[in-house]
Design a protein around this ligand. Structure first.
Ligand code: SF4
Length: 285
């Protein structure tokens, strides 16, 4: 298999066949992200992608089309690749992609419905924060209302939507706005899944330099718990599966909203008694 650079995929795609339809991220502006800093964005020639599919002929149940934003690809080309996935892997049960909000907004509802009917089952969308102040500060290039519109479009097309929020992204200054804004966006969309990661400042990012200049004040583990608690108390998303069990998180949390809200709040309460959390996120940098 030909892979260019480091390939990222959501944790739940660990068992999937990963095929790069695009290389890198078309935006690459987010101050906290170093995933695709070493790659110049391009859409791969379709014949190359099909060669990779042919080359990987093994039994697979799931295919994830990487890199950062496969939905930037023209709908007719996406339909061609999805059809090839189905032809080469007739047993495939799920095809999924990362979807950048702007790319979703550029597709019509009919295009998204056609993609779903063709076999694109799931979209992962990074919300990061539902607060405009935070989105602006981290240069996400999209507003909270655009996130809502994009998320609703994916859901209206019948695709499964999984969204991520980054705990602590607003720092000490904007943690309330971050929690409440994220709860507003998730309540409006009610995605099937919402996963919380916790901010880890990576060398090579703009945020790393901002941190070293003293421009960002990070939340302590207990403050991250306060922020998560405010989100959980404020969100209204019946049926959404909430998970905070990524390696970056200080404690594992999980439950289905809204019914298991008290269970999740109980998990947070128990965690407050802990005095030791995972090692400091800055160790080694
Ligand atoms: S967070 Fe997503 S949109 Fe932002 S630079 Fe990273 S891959 Fe691109």
């Amino acid at each position: 298999m030909r892979y260019e650079g480091t390939v990222y995929r959501p944790p739940s795609e660990a068992g999937s066949l990963i095929i790069q339809l695009t290389i890198g991220c078309a935006r690459n502006t987010c101050t906290f992200c170093n995933m695709y800093k070493d790659k110049k964005f391009r859409i791969r020639p379709l014949e190359e992608v099909v060669e990779d599919l042919d080359y990987s002929r093994i039994k697979v149940r799931r295919i994830f089309l990487a890199d950062g934003d496969a939905l930037i690809v023209k709908t007719e080309d996406l339909l061609y690749i999805i059809a090839k996935c189905k032809e080469i892997f007739p047993e495939v049960e799920r095809i999924s992609v990362y979807g950048a909000p702007k790319d979703i907004l550029h597709k019509t509802p009919e295009e998204l419905a056609t993609l779903k009917a063709a076999g694109l089952d799931m979209v992962y969308m990074g919300l990061e924060s539902g607060a405009d102040e935070v989105l602006q500060a981290v240069k996400k290039g999209v507003t909270a209302d655009e996130m809502i519109e994009a998320g609703k479009k994916v859901r209206a097309a019948g695709m499964i939507l999984s969204m991520t929020v980054i705990s602590g992204l607003g720092g000490k200054k904007l943690w309330r706005e971050h929690a409440l804004g994220s709860a507003r966006v998730i309540s409006a969309i009610k995605p099937e899944y919402v996963g919380f990661l916790t901010l880890m400042i990576e060398p090579g990012t703009e945020m790393y330099d901002q941190y070293n200049r003293g421009e960002i004040e990070l939340l302590t583990p207990h403050e991250v718990l306060d922020e998560t608690e405010l989100f959980i108390r404020s969100v209204d998303a019946e049926g959404t599966m909430f998970r905070s069990n990524h390696a970056s998180n200080y404690i594992p949390l999980g439950g289905t909203l809204n019914g298991e809200r008290d269970k999740i709040l109980g998990q947070i309460e128990i965690s407050r008694r802990k005095s030791k959390f995972r090692p400091d996120v800055f160790r080694g940098i």
